[in-house]
Write a protein that binds this ligand. Sequence first.
Ligand code: AMP
Ligand code: ZN
Ligand code: FE
Ligand code: FE
Length: 288
Amino acid sequence: MRIDLHCHSTASDGTDTPAELMRAAAGAGLDVVALTDHDTTRGYAEALAALAALPEGFTLVTGAELSCRIDGVSLHLLAYLFDPEEPALLAERELVRDDRVPRAHAMIAKLNALGVPVTREQVERIAAGGTVGRPHVASALVELGVVPTVSDAFTPEWLADGGRAYVDKHETDPLEAIRLVKSAGGVTVLAHPAAAKRGRTVSPDAIAAMAAAGLDGLEADHTEHDQATRTRLRGLAKDLDLLVTGSSDYHGTRKSVALGENTTDPEVYGEIIRRATGAFPVPGTGGA
Ligand code: AMP
Ligand code: ZN
Ligand code: FE
Ligand code: FE
């Protein structure tokens, strides 16, 4: 079984539509794929509909990647199989998602002040209704020839944390987010806990506090973690009695990582499903 529990679609900052992502995941030989768009579940309907043409052996796990902050450090919390209609979590998700719009406008204003002629219309076109984020603004900078690639926009000169055109967004306290996801029947995994090129990473003490609040797992196997980091995170997970997952964090053409580049152990996947009560994995209904 090949299981990839962290993928983005055009519902946030991926470049495959949810239906394209489902077909690409099945085509890449994955048995299980999770849809984890930033702060939204708006890709679910299209992804679920696409399962009608995919074989029973292929399964969708619904999820989201929630933007959080603790002690001034931003982090991403993967949430799986929660009830997407549960009002408290839904309200928090919409709050974070919607606050990204004025934040994008503020970043555009900063870029304009720096002489970059990026417009709201351009970023809106690139985001195409998905949760708007820095990767969309970065794509606009690539279009304008300001930087050669999206990742070249994540520098202090432009959009990196604290960079010249960076603006904060609303982010949830992860201890609160963990409780909200639990109340909605979901399971939580701290995404890329040690992806240092993105800025400061969350401290072991903060991870311990999250574990005490009910965190289920750590995403140790991630493209931005080297072997030593993965080993360290496995040790931390053992100490804190947390599950260990691995996933691609696929973003289509906006990042170079391939579907299934890192995967999750079937036993860990089984445990995630056992713990979840808000939603169930959905198999394909078409195919052979
Ligand atoms: P935002 O949520 O709008 O602040 O944007 C954060 C997103 O930007 C992350 O989820 C990553 O997908 C992307 N990102 C952050 N740092 C980098 C980087 N150094 N290179 C490429 N993408 C990045
Ligand atoms: Zn992303
Ligand atoms: Fe992330
Ligand atoms: Fe992600």
